[in-house]
Design a protein around this ligand. Structure first.
Ligand code: SF4
Length: 338
């Protein structure tokens, strides 16, 4: 286990998390009620994507584990089980904070073996989840990347990214920077039901516009598109239209995939909220984590058409590869650009 200063004692009545060396913190404000933070001293911060992997980046950086954005479908849920935590409620409420992330990053960037390769952030969990407002790890991380002229990308749902706009603008003038906002749908009910801890899609679209206006390229990962919930022609069109109006530099649609961890949590939610859809999901995902190719291709084609209609120029079209990390980098999958 990577974070060997955390131990779960399974036979404790409350499944208590016992830590050695981690500072355990709760924050008594409504937005963090029920959330426990485990501040740890990580051993390393730049991680190589374990190979073989089909994701288009080799190095990642994740200052947090677990995510209070609490998206029901989150692809990263299973990574919490590596910490002996569960992929459901624990993922949403037990957050590991790599409190020494900035110090470690500076050390690793200065190391003799580091070659200045691009670093992808937001590949596991969201670096701009709510607690980043308190821990403020990202400004130090971005400043270190600026100082070393190290290219990087950030994928997020957090409008908190705008707090760091000046730093990101500076970074974009000194090295290669790309950002992407994840917005699967702009439908308010679907958003509230499936992404309860996130800023609204409208607020995220505003962030897309603001980043681009400031000279920080920002595209949209239209993900995940949820079968029978957000995939109607009208919903797809409304979402693509708003993404186009926000001035996104690119658009990448990605259909929901359900791997272990996310799969169980999602299906429990579906059975509770939309029981009539359970057989239809069994049909789509009964054979594996991915929806059938024909379904994915149909959605891609629909989004491509809508993107053309709303003025987003078509670029390369690829299917999303099965990924070990949470999501592929938008411009690699990604289907449309301005
Ligand atoms: S914001 Fe991203 S990392 Fe966080 S719960 Fe949602 S999908 Fe997962």
């Amino acid at each position: 286990m990577r974070w060997d200063n955390l131990q779960l004692i399974p036979d404790q009545p409350d499944n208590a998390l016992i830590t050695k060396g981690a500072v355990v913190r709760t924050i008594d404000t409504p937005e963090f009620r029920g959330v426990t933070f485990f501040e740890i001293q990580a051993r390393s911060i730049i991680n190589r994507v374990p190979g073989p992997s089909r994701v288009p980046f080799e190095w990642t950086l994740n200052p947090y584990r677990g995510c209070t954005h609490a998206c029901v479908y989150c692809f990263a849920r299973n990574t919490h089980t590596y910490l002996d935590l569960d992929a459901g409620h624990d993922f949403d409420t037990k957050i590991i904070v790599k409190i020494n992330a900035v110090e470690l990053l500076r050390r690793e960037l200065a190391g003799p073996r580091w070659q200045g390769e691009p670093i992808a952030m937001g590949t596991n969990v969201d670096p701009y989840q709510r607690c980043e407002g308190r821990y403020r790890l990202m400004p130090g991380i971005i400043q270190a990347l600026i100082d070393y002229r190290n290219p990087f990308s950030i994928l997020t749902k957090g409008t908190l990214i705008l707090r760091d706009l000046d730093l990101l603008t500076e970074a974009a003038s000194r090295t290669r920077v790309s950002t992407a906002m994840s917005i699967g749908t702009t439908h308010p009910d679907a958003w509230r039901a499936t992404e309860p801890g996130t800023p609204s899609p409208r607020a995220r679209l505003h962030a897309v516009a603001t980043l681009n206006e400031a000279g920080v390229p920002c595209s949209v990962l239209m993900a995940p598109i949820l079968p029978y919930l957000t995939d109607s022609p009208a919903q797809l069109e409304a979402t693509v239209k708003e993404i186009a109006e926000a001035g996104a530099t690119g658009l990448t649609p990605l259909v929901l995939h359900l791997r272990t961890g996310a799969r169980e949590w999602w299906l429990q939610w579906l059975a509770r909220e939309h029981p009539r859809l359970v057989p239809r999901y069994q049909e789509l995902y009964g054979r594996g984590a991915y929806a059938p190719k024909a379904y994915q291709q149909r959605i891609s084609a629909q989004v491509a058409e809508l993107a053309r209609k709303h003025g987003i120029r078509e670029r390369t079209v690829r299917q999303a590869p099965p990924a070990k990390t949470k999501a592929p980098e938008p411009e690699q999958l990604g289907l449309f650009g301005r």
